[in-house]
Design a protein around this ligand. Structure first.
Ligand SMILES: N[C@@H](CCC(=O)N[C@@H](CS)C(=O)NCC(=O)O)C(=O)O
Length: 174
């Protein structure tokens, strides 16, 4: 495991944010990069997974200014223009839940997935429920609170169960 991973007391030194005038890091030069935004909950999932597995030295962060993204991101890196996206082995892939699973399956470090098949199934269900939860939170911030309350509460119950069960501390840091 890397030094950064074993020294959990030392906060990660955050890479400065890339804006419209920032030069593009070299693409496909063998470096694994996580294109991210510090404020994005989807990207934070992948960031947490990376850090939980101790991959701070193996996976470099490229944090973007979401409000003012560099043009090269959409044009040359990831045409959907969303974060997160991972540059690995000559490919760019996106979608946070897929990336969480990809990091777990393809990189060293402690697994975020329980070994027990029943717990694993439960963890997978909870993980796949994350988007509903985040969507509900965002919708309730945007306006029609009344229609979102039921779903938000049920999502909260799921999430609290998740945290209480402490499945491999997946959400530590949220
Ligand atoms: N389904 C995607 C959602 C990612 C997403 O919507 N990210 C937002 C930031 S939180 C984004 O990049 N928005 C930019 C845009 O839509 O133009 C995932 O789970 O990775």
């Amino acid at each position: 495991m890397s030094t950064a991973a074993s020294d959990k007391a030392t906060p990660e030194k955050l890479t400065p944010v890339y804006g419209p005038t920032s030069e593009q890091p070299p693409l496909f030069d063998g470096t694994t990069r996580l294109y991210t935004a510090y404020i994005c909950p989807y990207a934070q999932r992948v960031w947490i997974t990376r850090n939980f597995k101790g991959l701070q030295n193996e996976i470099k962060l490229v944090p973007l200014n979401l409000q003012d993204r560099p043009a090269w991101y959409k044009e040359k890196v990831y045409p959907p223009n969303k974060v997160p996206a991972l540059e690995h082995n000559g490919k760019i892939t996106g979608e946070s839940l897929d990336l969480v699973k990809y990091l777990d399956a393809n990189f060293e470090g402690p697994s975020i997935t329980p070994d027990d098949p029943a717990k694993k199934q439960f963890a997978d269900e909870l993980l796949s429920y994350s988007d509903t939860f985040v969507g509900s939170v965002f919708s309730s911030f945007k306006g029609d609170v009344a229609n979102e309350v039921g779903e938000f509460c049920s999502a909260s119950i799921w999430y609290r169960s998740y945290i209480l069960l402490n499945i491999k501390n997946l959400l530590v840091g949220l």
